[in-house]
Design a protein around this ligand. Structure first.
Ligand SMILES: *Cc1c(COP(=O)(O)O)cnc(C)c1O
Length: 560
């Protein structure tokens, strides 16, 4: 059986604008943050010597409220910081917009199988600070650009400084999760003195395949935020002809190792930044966090070391299929009960025997939440022919993304139109706990973003872990995880271009009608094989244990 034995000598500080690891701590908006939390949990399990650094958000990201028309409203999160985090004695000061900003720090300790990983939350929301700087610890991803930039300065420069005040000497690696903590490389110059030495200590992971997806600031904006001596550390040649700095280029320039988050994303990133070497480490999920409670005893019985090392989940092939299906049906009943309790005033209930499609992720137009409803009549006839289809949706739109908000509205309005054999429900306020419920209890996980815009995607991995087949376009992780008819099904051929939308839609309807629904309704044992393969083939690989082993061997221990 696979067991890891690491000596914990390599020290890594992991900087991320969001870290989602706890349902009561609203310090994340979505995939990037959840991945960061799962990363640190994986490190704690393996005994990797690591700390996390992020900002404290007293009002979180936002709480999503959906009104009767389907409009999203953003409300402030409220949470009791001192109930979940411990205040430390560390303190530092930095300058933002020429004002001194005092920084305190709180800690949460993640307890893993073999070790512990502390997460440090920087806090500026107290009396000594100007109200503008106190605001930096109010919300994740404020709309205002200068405020975003100032948060980056706080996280990057303040983060490196506070680690010294916490008593750490230097780290072997400063891992920048996305570009947000980019100013850290400037502060590291104060520690390591030469660019070469800074570079030897920085690892950078990019998460977006979108041109223009990385943060960009003008020299003038950066000049406002940063103290003069930091500004002079940014090489002039990194600005473009309009004096704009793409922070991804700064991170690439100052890192010994950079990676995308799936093989395909590595390819796309290398095309975006041809002057730099970019590797691939495919994302994973933290198995113990995301598996539903009904499957855990089966894993314990048949693959006893799964908590220590996710690779062991390949032994899930020995779990009897009917036991997997019974566990899944329990998780499904929990979800359906929750859905029915929230569908106030609905005359017909969701049915735990009916095929249920899950679709939960950030509401953005390129993710095409409503693609499957393009030909509603056809979808209805497919549903009626086979025994019914129920849809469970969730996801927040960025507060200033009108396109994303429109998508939510259209789906909520379908709620009223669909009944009988086709039912749709949108669950408000996607969060860790809601994600857990949905990703444990649906029958299939639908994912149809416009290729190649999904860097990796991790929710589909959570589905696999829970014995839920994926039905997805060939993009991100699914290019590596799809074995047609064995772990799920592909939508379309993974070609890039708007012109393929019609053939992707056709692929959705045809496979549902001819392959997926007949199998689900008429051949439970064959369906169960796919559920079991999802666990044994995909969950055994797409987990943070495998991912952290790759970071360790590819990025953290190389040091020259
Ligand atoms: C897993 C997860 C995500 C990321 O899902 P993607 O498939 O990467 O979009 C976002 N939000 C929550 C709450 C999650 O649990």
């Amino acid at each position: 059986m696979t067991k890891y034995n690491l000596n914990g000598k390599i020290k890594t500080a992991y900087f991320s604008m969001e870290i989602g690891f706890h349902d009561k701590i609203p310090s994340y908006s979505g995939g990037l943050g959840i991945l960061a939390g799962d990363t640190l949990k994986g490190a704690a399990d393996l005994g990797i010597n690591m700390v996390g650094v992020t900002l404290l958000y007293k009002h979180g990201y936002f709480k999503q409220v959906i009104d009767h028309e389907g409009c999203q409203h953003e409300e402030r999160e409220q949470w009791d910081v001192s109930k979940y985090l411990q205040k430390t004695n560390a303190h530092t000061v930095l300058y933002i917009e020429d004002r001194p900003v005092h920084v305190d720090v709180w800690v949460y300790i993640i307890e893993g199988i073999k070790g512990e990983v502390p997460i440090y939350f920087l806090d500026t929301d107290f009396e000594e600070n100007d109200p503008r700087d106190r605001q930096l610890c109010s919300n994740l991803y404020p709309i205002e650009k200068q405020m975003k930039l100032n948060q980056s300065v706080l996280l990057g420069i303040g983060g490196v400084k506070i680690l010294r005040d916490l008593g750490y000497s230097t780290f072997d690696n400063y891992h920048l999760n996305e570009t947000h903590p980019w100013p850290a490389v400037l502060e590291l110059k104060n520690i390591f003195h030469s660019k070469t030495e800074v570079k030897n200590h920085v690892v950078f992971t990019t998460h977006t395949p979108l041109k223009g997806g990385h943060q960009r600031y003008t020299l003038a904006e950066i000049d406002v935020a940063l103290e003069g001596n930091y500004l002079s550390l940014i090489p002039e040649e990194l600005y473009d002809k309009d004096q704009v700095l793409n922070t991804a280029i700064l991170c690439l320039e100052f890192s010994k190792y950079a990676n995308g988050v799936a093989d395909k994303h590595q390819e796309v990133s290398a095309q975006m930044y041809p002057h730099y070497k970019i590797d691939a480490v495919t994302n994973g999920i933290h198995t113990n966090t995301w598996v539903n409670p009904y499957l855990k005893p089966l894993f314990d019985a048949h693959t006893p070391l799964w908590r220590e090392a996710g690779f062991n989940l390949r032994q899930a092939l020995s779990i009897p299929i009917d036991q997997i299906q019974t566990a899944h049906q329990s998780a499904k009943s929990d979800l359906i009960n929750l859905v029915n309790s929230l569908r106030i005033g609905a005359s017909e209930k969701f049915d735990p025997e009916v095929f249920t499609i899950g679709f939960a992720r950030r509401a953005a137009t390129y993710k095409r939440h409503n693609l499957i409803f393009s030909d509603l009549e056809r979808l209805k006839s497919i549903a009626e022919k086979h025994g019914g289809i129920q849809f469970v949706f969730a996801g927040k739109a960025y507060p200033n993304d009108e396109g994303g908000k429109q998508v939510i509205k259209e789906i909520v309005q379908l709620n009223a139109i669909c009944s009988g054999k086709l039912k749709v429900f949108f669950m408000a306020d996607y969060s860790i706990s809601l994600s857990h419920k949905i990703l444990s209890g649906v029958d299939i996980w639908l994912n149809n973003p416009r290729p190649p815009l999904e860097a990796s995607g991790t929710s589909g991995m959570k589905a696999s872990l829970n014995g839920i087949p994926n039905f997805s376009v060939l993009d991100g992780w699914w290019l590596e995880g799809c074995v047609e008819g064995i772990t799920g099904w592909a939508i379309g051929e993974g070609r890039t271009g708007q012109e393929f939308e019609e053939s992707e839609l056709e692929s959705i309807y045809t496979k549902l009608d001819q392959t997926i629904l007949p199998l689900f309704y008429n051949n439970k044992p064959a369906w169960g094989q796919i559920q079991r393969h999802s666990i044994a083939l995909n969950a055994s690989y797409f987990n943070t244990h495998r991912m952290m082993m790759e970071y360790l061997t590819e990025a953290y221990i190389i040091n020259d």
